[in-house]
Each structure stands twice: as structure tokens, then as C-alpha cells.
Design a protein around this ligand. Structure first.
Ligand SMILES: Nc1ncnc2c1ncn2[C@@H]1O[C@H](COP(=O)(O)OP(=O)(O)OP(=O)(O)O)[C@@H](O)[C@H]1O
Ligand SMILES: C[C@@](O)(CCO)CC(=O)[O-]
Ligand SMILES: [Mg+2]
Length: 397
């Protein structure tokens, strides 16, 4: 099916408000970042499937005839709205020889790939021999949606290789996107990849990686915000590792243990997302500095809430404290427990003060960088449009 190599990419995301609450049916506001995951898929004629994941130091390959033996486990319930079953996951773990020797990072990335490869192959009756390389500008497991960008890239590449979606070509365009109904299919399959990695994802991260821009997400309903002001955001990676799956499970336990205490907190997080959306709309309508104190206060309140539901970390509190000494407001983003924080910058934030804040954060061992928001979702690239560092990775593996 695949005639030539394809290169595609999907963005990471930052959640402004609503992380964790969104898993329990509340609203989240999320923005696509200009940090992306790139995937190259190449047709192969050696009867093997190879996956190379340089970010996590993994390179694995399997004979397609061996993969074919697993298809029966994946051919019941071919509806893409089904969740991965425990039997399917056990079969994959046994096949891939996943034991405690493999780190969770490697095993989850491998399992998500095998799950999507076999489910999409079973559904569309193809078992393509391909080589796949995935490389990301995003830190892995740091709250910026690396798992969703990975799942969206895999879903788009495998659906294209199996002929389930077309390969959009527009002469003279360096970047092209799939039509809306094909994006919906990519997003549905990517959600299943996220289920392998996260356990119980809400779907917000894969939706942002698929559609890009700025989204409100609630109970599976995706609304693109058409008019948003230009926001400046500083990202800080505390480099404290954590797992979204474990954090999401911890919040669920707390809600079950203390429903009367936790549910009002989730309701308040929902109200914060709605309030923030109204403020962003008003700012887009008539830009004014007067909205910033409101956005900053919402960051502060939500950061306290996230600590209450048990997803804070001393390193994240430290980012808030350090940035506050420079008059800036921060909160964790994504699953928390370490990983990244976001700091709101005003259009007129003094560059010297910003530099002082960055130096203080670096002195704590954190990495920080300013990012722009609202990047495009999953897209196909022409080789000539790829940046040198991305090309270098693909040419060297
Ligand atoms: N580029 C990549 N190569 C291989 N595996 C990846 C890559 N990016 C993400 N993964 C997989 O995703 C897992 C990290 O997912 P996790 O959901 O815990 O973090 P995140 O998506 O970065 O943060 P959050 O979900 O809070 O936004 C890794 O352990 C790995 O299995
Ligand atoms: C923590 C969480 O709300 C966001 C992770 O980026 C999980 C999810 O929505 O799937
Ligand atoms: Mg994730």
C-alpha cells in the first residue's frame, strides 16, 4: 500500500486548566505547542516490521509472519471505539517478552505500537512490512502530551500504510493535513494508543495533537476556540519523572475515598476552565492588560486545587515560589507529580526580569523555554520542509 516514505508530525500540548478534572467529565482548556513529535514510515520488502524510538533508546523488529499469528486476538470487536482488553494486553506482553526487565517507558511505548499495528492491521486486512522511526522534540513523560503526540503519529502512519485513509498531496505545499473525517478516525485510534499508555485517558491530549490550535474539551466534545489572544507562556521542566497512568489512578482513588470533599474541588476546576475561556474570549475581542490579573489569579487557585487532589510535587511548588519572587504566576500542567509547569507572561513582561527568573529556575536544575501556542495538528511534511535536526535523525537510523 505504501509506495514511498512518509514523514509526519503532531504537536505536544499544555493544559491551561482542567487537567485531571477532565478525566471526570469536567471541562479542560488545552493549547498545542510548537514542540512536535516526528514519525517517518518507510515501505520495506524484508517481511519485517521495525520500530526505532531514539528518545527512549529502543529499536525492535518482528517478522510479519509472527505478528500474523496474533491477529485473531485483535480481530474480535473491530470497532475502533472499543478499549484494549486485558487479554489483548497479556497477549502483547507475552509476545514482546515484556517482563520487569524492561522499564515502564520502553514497555508502554512498545505495547502502544504493537496494539495499534495489530488492531489496525486486523481491521483493514493488511499486515504491512514497514520501518518506523519516531523522534520527538518533547520531553518524554513530562506533562507536555508526549504520549498523545506519539499515539497520533502512529495512528496516522499505520492508517495510511493500511490504506484506511488517503495520503493527502497538494503540489507546492510543504505541509498538508488530512480532511476532517480522516482526522476523526486518526483521533479515535490514537485514543486507543493513549488507553494503552494511560489506562483511563480523557482524550484531551490526543484531540489537541490531532487538531492543534486551542481547544475546550469536555466528555469527548471538542470545541476549537476560534478567537484567542496571543499568550506568552514560559515552560519549566522540573525533570522530576512521573507517570500519568499512576497519577490519574491516584486521583480516582482519592475521589472514591472522599467524594464529598473531592467532588467540589473538581467542580471548582470546571468553573475555572469556563471562567478562563470567557476571559480569553473577552481579551480576543478587546485586548487589554486588565485581564492579566484575573488569568494569574486563576493559575494560583488551580495550582492549590491540584495540590489538594494529590498531584502536586515540591519541585512544582518551588517553580511557583521562584517565579512569584519575580512577580510571575505559575501552575503545573498535564498530570503533575513533577514534569512541567507553565508560567504566564504578560506582553510587557520586562525581559530583564524574565531573564532573572530563568536564571533562578536554571540554578534549581530546571530547564525552561518560552513557547508559542496554537500550533497546527497532525500533518504530513515534504522532506525539503524538514528542519536539519529532524532530517539528521531520520538519515542516521
Ligand atoms: N517519542 C517517544 N518515543 C517512544 N515512546 C514515547 C515517546 N513519547 C512518549 N512515549 C511513551 O509515552 C510515555 C509517557 O507518557 P505519559 O502520558 O506518562 O507522559 P506525557 O504524555 O509526556 O505527559 P502528560 O500525559 O501528562 O501530558 C513514555 O513512557 C513512552 O512509553
Ligand atoms: C491528567 C490528564 O488530565 C491530562 C494529562 O495531560 C489525563 C487525561 O486527561 O487523560
Ligand atoms: Mg500522556
Amino acid at each position: 500500500m505504501l509506495a514511498k516514505p512518509l514523514t509526519l508530525s503532531a504537536p505536544g500540548k499544555a493544559i491551561l486548566h482542567g487537567e485531571h478534572a477532565v478525566v471526570h467529565g469536567k471541562a479542560a482548556l488545552a493549547v498545542a505547542l510548537n514542540l512536535r513529535t516526528f514519525l517517518q514510515i518507510r515501505p520495506s520488502n524484508n517481511g519485517k516490521v521495525l520500530i526505532c524510538l531514539p528518545n527512549i533508546g529502543t529499536s525492535l523488529n518482528w517478522e510479519t509472519v509472527r505478528l500474523r499469528t496474533l491477529l485473531t486476538v485483535f480481530s474480535d470487536g473491530l470497532d475502533e471505539s472499543k478499549s484494549p482488553s486485558p487479554e489483548q494486553m497479556d497477549a502483547l506482553k507475552e509476545f514482546a517478552g515484556i517482563t520487569t526487565e524492561l522499564s515502564a517507558t520502553e514497555s508502554l511505548g512498545t505495547l502502544a505500537f504493537l496494539y495499534l499495528y495489530l488492531s489496525i492491521s486486523a481491521k483493514y486486512g493488511q499486515i504491512p512490512s514497514v520501518e518506523i522511526v519516531v523522534w520527538s522534540e518533547l520531553p518524554t513523560g513530562a506533562g507536555l502530551g508526549s504520549s498523545a503526540a506519539y499515539s497520533v503519529c502512529l495512528a496516522a502512519a499505520l492508517l495510511t500504510a493500511c490504506g484506511a485513509i488517503g495520503c493527502p498531496v497538494e503540489e507546492e505545499k510543504s505541509v498538508v493535513r488530512w480532511p476532517e473525517e480522516e482526522l476523526e478516525l486518526i483521533n479515535r485510534w490514537a485514543f486507543r494508543g493513549e488507553q494503552v499508555i494511560h489506562g483511563k485517558p480523557s482524550g484531551v491530549d490526543n484531540s489537541v495533537a490531532t487538531w492543534g490550535g486551542v481547544l475546550r474539551f469536555q466528555s469527548g466534545k471538542i470545541t476549537s476556540l476560534k478567537r484567542v489572544p496571543t499568550l506568552r507562556i514560559l515552560l519549566t521542566n522540573t525533570k522530576v519523572s512521573r507517570s500519568t497512568k499512576i497519577l490519574v489512578a491516584g486521583v480516582k482513588d482519592k475521589i472514591l475515598k472522599f467524594p464529598a470533599i473531592m467532588n467540589p474541588v473538581l467542580a471548582s476546576m470546571d468553573a475555572i476552565s469556563h471562567e478562563c475561556e470567557s476571559v480569553l474570549e473577552a481579551m480576543a475581542e478587546s485586548p487589554s492588560q486588565e485581564y492579566y490579573p484575573v488569568l494569574e489569579e486563576l493559575f494560583d487557585i488551580n495550582q492549590h486545587h491540584l495540590n489538594v487532589i494529590g498531584v502536586g510535587h515540591s519541585s512544582l511548588d518551588n517553580v511557583c515560589r521562584v517565579t512569584a519572587t519575580h512577580g510571575l504566576h505559575s501552575k503545573l500542567t498535564g498530570a503533575g507529580g513533577g514534569g512541567c509547569a507553565i508560567t504566564l507572561l504578560r506582553p510587557d513582561t520586562d525581559p530583564l526580569m524574565m531573564e532573572a527568573a530563568r536564571q533562578d529556575l536554571s540554578a534549581c536544575g530546571y530547564e525552561c523555554w518560552e513557547t508559542s501556542i496554537g500550533a497546527p495538528g497532525i500533518c504530513l511534511h515534504s522532506l525539503s520542509s524538514l528542519k536539519a535536526d529532524v532530517l539528521h535523525v531520520f538519515n542516521s537510523v
